[in-house]
Design a protein around this ligand. Structure first.
Ligand code: FE2
Length: 144
């Protein structure tokens, strides 16, 4: 039985409850850098949490590697706002960061890369509405 999950828009659609459906890909953009440190926090103000889930099968994925990066208040990408986390035994993750800044032509967003053995890598973005302090973001990755 698949868990009901929420996914976000424009890549993933937020506020819409859907069944276990692969999370949409979104642009990596030019600011990704590998090697972000494993951390619980890259700032303060908003907490993003959720599960990494396998499709099909809808099972949670322990040990999934999640990287995130976003712009600072002035719209620049800096190393201190890059982090990595691995999901725990129940496939969950949670990190706290600062509200992303904006840069020309883009709404506030956080970039993600998810890597899990046996699954296609996922690169996506989470779009923020502003004023949110706790955001749930499930990431559904496709088995290879
Ligand atoms: Fe970006």
């Amino acid at each position: 039985m698949c868990a009901l999950i929420q996914v976000g828009l424009p890549g993933p659609v937020r506020g819409e409850v859907r069944k276990c459906v692969p999370t949409g890909e979104d642009a990596e953009g030019p600011f990704y850098k590998p090697g972000a440190p494993e951390v619980l926090s890259t700032g303060s103000g908003i907490t993003v949490s959720g599960d990494v889930i396998s499709y099909p099968g809808c099972r949670p994925l322990p040990g999934a590697r999640i990287e995130w990066w976003h712009a600072d208040r002035s719209g620049r990408y800096v190393d201190s706002l890059r982090g990595m986390q691995k999901t725990g035994t129940k496939g969950s993750y949670a990190f706290t960061t600062s509200p992303p800044g904006v840069y020309p032509g883009r709404p506030p967003h956080i970039h993600f890369k998810v890597s899990v053995p046996g699954h296609k890598p996922l690169t996506t973005q989470l779009y923020l509405r502003g004023g949110e302090k706790a955001i749930r973001f499930e990431m559904v990755v496709e088995a290879e």
